[in-house]
Design a protein around this ligand. Structure first.
Ligand SMILES: Nc1ncnc2c1ncn2[C@@H]1O[C@H](COP(=O)(O)OP(=O)(O)OP(=O)(O)O)[C@@H](O)[C@H]1O
Ligand SMILES: [Mg+2]
Length: 281
């Protein structure tokens, strides 16, 4: 089977470090998957993201063993600028990615660098602004926008490159829960509508529990768990410094007291369904 991401026996350590930051990572991701990567601070999530777009080893020096293939290309070898049109990266702090005078210029920047014709650039800018619901911000300065608006602009700028994969490293770290949820819902929509592969590094498990197809837990540079949210969130994650979302936690506790449920729900809406089914049977 052809995977959009294929990582084999990946080990990485930063220059000057005795410790391996990534250890024996094997990971295949299918086109169109929505993958959440989580794990305690310092476990190597950002480092793994840097391996997906060639920043490691091309910008961050160190020792790399194993292979990282994205869309069939060896990202340790091909130029980072070329990978950027395949793998889009969104970081914690959107203002670090926005540097033009208007939103429109920022969103046009990527396609311009791809050397696309003017009418195609315009088409992509219109399309990306429309997808993100920010056409009204077009002529505003990115630096006058709220964090949530800026993050939408940053995602639009990535989308305008029409990448096959979008990697987001804690994109909502500076946003309130409501705005975070609207960004996650938007990612789900892009994932479904465009079959965009989404790789999201996230601590806010509560908000992504019912959106992800797959949850990967990392610890000390290794992948320690990999499964559907339903498989992962019924486990004791405290050993990895994590807390499963409260709905599955509550239902697991109640099951422990002898309450019977048809399944362990992941989010409030599903919990309501489980109760309604239960009360009818
Ligand atoms: N540029 C760098 N040079 C040297 N060591 C680094 C560098 N970046 C990260 N590290 C080290 O690699 C380890 C993993 O860091 P990484 O940023 O990948 O963790 P993380 O899982 O993203 O953490 P967080 O949840 O806090 O963002 C840490 O020990 C960190 O100190
Ligand atoms: Mg990080």
């Amino acid at each position: 089977m052809h995977h959009i991401v294929s990582i084999r026996d990946l080990w990485f350590r930063y220059r000057g470090s005795d410790e391996w930051t990534l250890r024996d990572i094997d990971l295949d991701i299918e086109r169109g998957e929505f993958v959440v990567i989580t794990g305690r601070s310092g476990c190597g999530k950002t480092t793994l993201c840097r391996c997906l777009n060639g920043l490691i080893p091309q910008f961050y020096e160190g020792e790399l063993k194993g292979s990282v293939t994205v869309a069939g290309l060896d990202v340790t070898r091909i130029p980072v600028a070329r990978i950027a049109s395949i793998v889009g990266m969104v970081f914690q702090n959107p203002s670090s990615q926005l540097f033009m005078l208007t939103v429109e210029r920022d969103v046009a920047f990527g396609p311009e660098n791809l050397g696309l014709p003017k009418d195609e650039i315009l088409r992509r800018v219109n399309w990306a602004l429309d997808m993100l619901g920010i056409s009204d911000l077009r002529f505003r300065s990115p630096h006058e926008l709220s964090g949530g608006q800026q993050q939408r602009v940053a995602i639009a700028a990535i989308l305008a490159m029409q990448p096959q994969i979008i990697v987001l490293d804690e994109p909502t770290a500076y946003l309130d829960p409501y705005t975070s949820l609207s960004i996650f819902n938007l990612l789900k929509e892009l994932n479904t509508k465009l079959c965009l592969t989404v790789i999201l590094v996230e601590h806010k498990l509560e908000l992504v529990a019912s959106l992800a197809d797959r949850v990967i837990v990392m610890d000390k540079g290794c992948i320690v768990l990999d499964g559907s949210p339903r498989e992962i969130f019924v486990k004791d994650l405290s050993v990895y410094g994590l807390k499963p979302p409260s709905i599955p936690r509550l239902f697991l506790k109640l099951s422990g007291y002898g309450f019977k449920f048809s399944r362990i729900p992941l989010a409030v809406e599903e919990a309501v369904e489980v109760f309604r089914e239960g009360s009818r049977s």
